[in-house]
Write a protein that binds this ligand. Structure first.
Ligand code: BES
Ligand code: MN
Ligand code: ZN
Length: 510
């Protein structure tokens, strides 16, 4: 979707030519090209454009008085504000994504088919980082899900840009190329996660997760195994089976393996693939229940990240991904409040509330995956608790971990990716809230600290393995509005963070 061009941007005939422009403390404009800066100056002097973030200025170069034919070949020139260049690199990377996302949105609005973006040279970031972040902003900002809308006769229906060209300016082409490749791969994976999430629950079932896994494996050489209901019974995965009891659709446990060498460290990813959460017999209220098709966003992020892994084939580590997939329904065989179930690791659990189902399926996958793959580190991703929205709103993913180094690494990587996280504590005082009168554990811990008690439940299934749990219930959809992330709908959150973690993975210090 994005390719590099070495041609002079001003001499390239495209529908839209984009320059990103920053402002300084004394309100001066900075632009990669002086000739472009001069064109903006009259507008800037008139006070109509100041270079603030998300500000746009659309010019028609051919119509300028005194314009020479062939001056700028593009039909239109879009100037996008960058704001003041932030001090720290992470915010600057975010500024680039925001600017590129703004450009993509404008390009769509004017129905530009071909868009040429010139990389800004004033950010102080290396060429690969600039290209990476701009590519992410363009791909993510250009995203649309229109599968179930008939192509309208209505002219005003949004359309995607067909082709982006990137001009690297004075940056070394090899760096720009690498950044473009990395940014596009990660952003396209996030779009795949968004696609899965957007699918309604009648079109995205556990079988669809299994299908995605086996097709990805067939295409790329990953290994895919799908455990079905009979396998789960044989293995004693009482959590997944219990949640699935009220459903007309069989459960699946999708396992993808990317292997380099046995001696390399293994990272294990687990994603909650709850394709619809009605709450089960502890039924959810009707209002907003349609959003519970998004309860599989953890599974989507993990599988989408595996797509990037399969494409990039990073060296020096093995990655395995597990997605326990089922819906949570209230059919006549459904799990009942008060039922006691036995998890994969033999722990018994009193199910006090059938709506606290995510932890039941993730617990089995964690225990099984850790026993089978003996990973050096585990990250699970789940839309686990409404409580995380109370605590962190829609702006940060909740992170809970039994390992400081792993937690810090994920927080730093999420920050670089524009996917911020915030750590919450764990501890015996919280685990105590899960004490049951009839079983080893109960599946809810009372009103207080809902996100922590949910994570504490999972902690019972990971032993000493370094583990981090990402609660994306607040960020998987309706995430902080940004030009490259739609206000409504799924965000694809954590996909890019997982990919970045894998790209830079180093063994955890023992
Ligand atoms: N999938 C939900 C969590 C959720 C809630 C995600 C809102 C996104 C938005 C989860 O399965 C759930 O229902 N959790 C309950 C737990 C409670 C019963 C202890 C919750 O958060 O209300
Ligand atoms: Mn639930
Ligand atoms: Zn759920």
């Amino acid at each position: 979707m994005i390719s590099l061009t070495k041609k002079d941007p001003e001499k390239t005939a495209v529908d839209l030519l984009v320059y990103i422009v920053a402002r300084t403390d004394d309100k001066k404009l900075i632009c990669a090209r002086d000739s472009i800066r001069k064109r903006i100056l009259p507008v800037w002097r008139a006070g109509d454009f100041s270079g603030k973030a998300e500000e746009v200025l659309l010019l028609y170069p051919g119509s300028a008085p005194g314009a020479k034919a062939g001056d700028i070949k593009a039909k239109r020139l879009l100037v996008v504000g960058f704001g003041k260049v932030e001090e720290q690199p992470d915010p600057r990377r975010e500024q680039l994504r925001v600017a590129a996302g703004t450009a993509a949105a404008q390009a769509r609005k004017i129905k530009a088919g071909q868009v040429l973006v010139v990389l800004p040279d004033f950010t102080g970031l290396a060429g690969n980082e600039v290209a990476e972040c701009v590519a992410e902003g363009l791909v993510l900002g250009n995203y649309l899900f229109t599968k179930y809308k008939k192509p309208a006769d209505d002219e005003d229906v949004p359309r995607q840009v067909e082709k982006f060209l990137l001009s690297g300016g004075t940056f070394p082409p090899s760096l720009v190329e690498r950044g473009l490749r990395e940014g596009s791969t990660a952003a396209m994976a996030a779009c795949v996660a968004r696609d899965m999430a957007y699918e309604p629950a009648n079109y995205w079932t556990p079988a669809h997760f299994a299908d995605f896994g086996s097709k990805l494996a067939a295409r790329t050489g990953l290994k895919c195994t799908v455990l079905d209901k009979a396998d789960m019974k044989r293995l004693g995965m009482g959590g997944i089976l219990a949640v699935n009891q009220g459903s007309a659709l069989p459960p699946k446990l999708v396992i993808l393996e990317y292997r380099t060498r046995a001696k390399n460290p293994t990272l294990m990813l687990v994603g909650k693939g709850l394709t619809f959460d009605s709450g089960g017999l502890s039924l959810k209220p009707a209002a907003g229940m349609e959003d519970m098709k998004y309860d599989m966003c953890g599974g989507a992020a993990v599988l989408a990240a595996m797509q990037a892994v399969a494409e990039e084939k990073p060296q020096g580590l093995n990655v395995v991904a597990l997605v326990p997939a089922t819906d949570n329904m209230a059919g006549s065989a459904a799990l009942k409040p008060g039922d006691v179930i036995t998890h994969y690791n033999g722990r018994t659990c009193e199910v006090v509330n059938t709506d606290a189902e995510g932890r039941l399926i993730v617990a089995d996958a964690l225990a099984y995956g850790i026993k089978r793959f003996k990973p050096d580190a585990v990250i699970d991703v789940a839309t686990l608790t409404g409580a995380v929205i109370v605590g962190l709103g829609h702006h940060r993913t909740g992170l809970l971990s039994n390992n400081d180094a792993l937690a810090e690494r994920i927080i730093a990587t999420g920050g670089r990716c524009g996917e911020p996280l915030w750590r919450l504590p764990l501890g015996p005082e919280y685990t105590k809230q899960l004490k049951s009168d009839v079983a080893d554990l109960k599946n809810i811990g009372g009103k207080s600290a809902g996100t922590i008690t949910a994570a504490s439940f999972l902690q019972e299934f990971v032993g000493d393995t370094p583990w981090a749990h990402l609660d994306i219930a607040g960020t998987a959809w309706g995430f902080t509005e940004k030009p490259y992330i739609p206000a409504k709908g799924p965000s694809g959150i954590v996909t890019r963070t997982l990919i970045a973690l894998i790209r830079t993975w180093q063994p955890l210090q023992k």
